[in-house]
Write a protein that binds this ligand. Structure first.
Ligand SMILES: [Zn+2]
Length: 83
């Protein structure tokens, strides 16, 4: 069984594989994860599940990997600690 929307009492549907999540830490370092984006077909609530182990911004190739993902806001979410 898939994840369930509590508000609507329906199962979420997988909307997209490889949705990127970048966690930007205070001070500027970051960690990037990839997961599957699921959504509620009734209310439109969305969550990203099944996140990968992630890579750190100090690892080789980080910008090459993450920069193209940032250009697609529909499949990229940034979490910023210092807001
Ligand atoms: Zn819902």
């Amino acid at each position: 069984m898939n994840a369930v929307c509590v508000k609507c009492s329906v199962e979420l549907r997988c909307e997209k594989n490889s949705h990127g999540v970048e966690q930007v830490h205070r001070g500027g370092s970051a960690r990037f994860f990839s997961g599957d984006r699921w959504g509620c077909p009734k209310c439109g609530a969305q969550v990203v599940l099944g996140l990968s182990r992630g890579i750190d911004s100090y690892e080789y190739g980080y910008e090459d990997r993450v920069a193209p993902v940032r250009e697609h806001p529909d499949s990229y979410t940034a979490i910023r600690e210092d807001v």
